[in-house]
Ligand binder design. Structure first.
Ligand code: SF4
Length: 431
């Protein structure tokens, strides 16, 4: 078995030649875009191979993937189905019809991930500390899926409110192998580290006990930060540097439409609680949706200023446009489907146009501005000032001077996380 990471490595004809099975993992939107572009070349290089696409984004793009010649599409707890497919291929050759379920949510006997075929950890996103020092970061998963049903979330159509715990000893063994490879920070990829707070804290304690010098970051929703506030000081003492939280909006109507189970004021409360505990909060947003207004967008910027979070938000978060993938629970909102255009296989989603063309224009302008700023590696506060100016100009209002304390830089990963990311040019060059 050979492994290639197409976000970092080139398609290798030598590896694909004579392959009986090529399985592509699509855990994120970016990965799916890369897979869709790579598929024709893979089929050319491995004409006899059975093609399987698996991961969170596979089931919702099933129709498109089958049209591209994919024989097996798997999502959810995929390992048993993958094994079953390999065995069937060995015994019977190329199967005509998929016999494994497209979505499996059964309990998996988890094993320690085999990372031996992957590029070196140091080639992946690293931790950047406020003083500019960097640390090699590893990745671990303490759970998969989520018990919540936020309407815009890609986890929901597959896991439908369920989550699965990965045993602590398996997670710790995975962390151990990455620490041996040089990791001194672990980024937990659980959709929500506090879906099972007892399990989350068990992991935090075990990690700190085994490697007191290793730090980590997690993702926790606003509601859980408030409900389990008493756990935050211990999370900090165990080495948690920052918490990513999908705030998404500061407008209560939008939060209700997204079914986020938190209010705008809850966001303030979560900021205060994490600050009190000494953990940085890195909020993420869906800044542009069909319900965004120019006034509402400016209110979001004002709130970040008020909460001194300018340095805590990657600028790209302020330019993100709502992605509506196939199967999104947003499609269940009465009247929402009618606002969308036909499914776009290039975008892997349903495009939409805002009722106010000025909002779409602003989003495009900000997207370009953020891309330019990232190339020039501009500090977050400088990019925020440009966004602030552009938003006020779009609304034809005077541009107030940016006053007050903008907040201090926080620890972060070198690649900002956002699930509806476009692949970078470098990533697309692989094929
Ligand atoms: S947005 Fe977060 S809390 Fe909501 S369903 Fe997705 S993973 Fe769960």
């Amino acid at each position: 078995m050979r492994c290639l990471d197409l976000s970092l490595e080139k398609l290798d004809p030598g590896i694909l030649e004579g392959a009986g099975l090529v399985a592509l993992y699509v855990g994120m939107h970016t990965a799916t875009r890369i897979a869709v572009q790579a598929l024709p070349r893979i089929k050319q290089l491995a004409p006899k191979a059975h093609i399987c696409v698996y991961g969170l984004y596979a089931p919702m793009n099933e129709e498109l993937l089958r049209g591209l010649g994919v024989g097996t599409v798997l999502g959810g707890e995929v390992e048993p189905a993958l094994l079953c497919l390999c065995r069937r291929l060995r015994t019977n050759g190329k199967p005509a019809i998929q016999s494994e379920p497209v979505i499996s949510l059964g309990k998996v006997p988890f094993e320690v991930p085999d990372r031996s075929g992957l590029p070196k950890l140091s080639r992946y996103a690293h931790l950047v500390l406020p003083d500019g020092l960097t640390r090699v970061s590893g990745f671990a998963e303490g759970s998969r899926g989520c018990k919540h049903l936020c309407r815009h979330c890609p986890v929901v159509p597959v896991y439908q409110g369920k989550f699965r715990i990965v045993p602590a000893e398996v997670v710790m063994e995975d962390i151990r192998q990455q620490v041996r490879e040089g990791a001194s920070h672990i980024s937990f990829g659980d959709p929500d580290f506090f879906n099972g707070p007892t399990h989350g804290m068990r992991l935090a304690r075990a990690l700190h006990e085994a490697f007191p010098e290793v730090t980590f970051d997690v993702t926790i929703k606003i509601q859980h930060l408030i409900d389990h506030a008493e756990l935050l000081p211990e999370l900090r003492r165990s080495g948690c540097l920052f918490i990513t939280s999908a705030v998404e909006a500061v407008d209560d109507n939008i939060l209700l439409l997204l079914d986020k189970s938190h209010t705008s004021r809850d966001f303030d409360r979560a900021v205060a609680l994490t600050r009190e505990a000494g953990i940085a909060l890195a909020p993420t947003f869906v800044a542009f949706s069909p319900w965004t207004t120019l006034k509402g967008y400016i209110a979001l910027l004002e709130r970040l200023l008020e909460l001194q979070l300018v340095e805590s938000v990657p600028p790209v978060q302020l330019a993100i446009r709502l992605l509506v993938p196939a199967g999104s629970y947003l499609l269940q909102l009465p009247g929402f489907r009618e606002k969308l255009m036909a499914f776009d296989s290039g975008l892997l989603g349903y495009p939409w146009v805002h009722a106010d063309p000025r909002v779409d224009r602003l989003q495009r302008e900000l997207q370009a501005l953020v891309a330019r700023s990232e190339k020039e590696n501009l500090p977050r506060r400088e990019v925020f000032a440009a966004i602030w100016r552009t938003a006020h100009e779009a609304a034809e209002c005077p541009v107030p001077e940016l006053a007050g304390h903008l907040g201090s830089p926080i620890p972060r990963l070198s690649e900002p996380w956002y699930c509806c990311a476009e692949p970078t040019e470098q990533q697309l060059q692989s094929f």
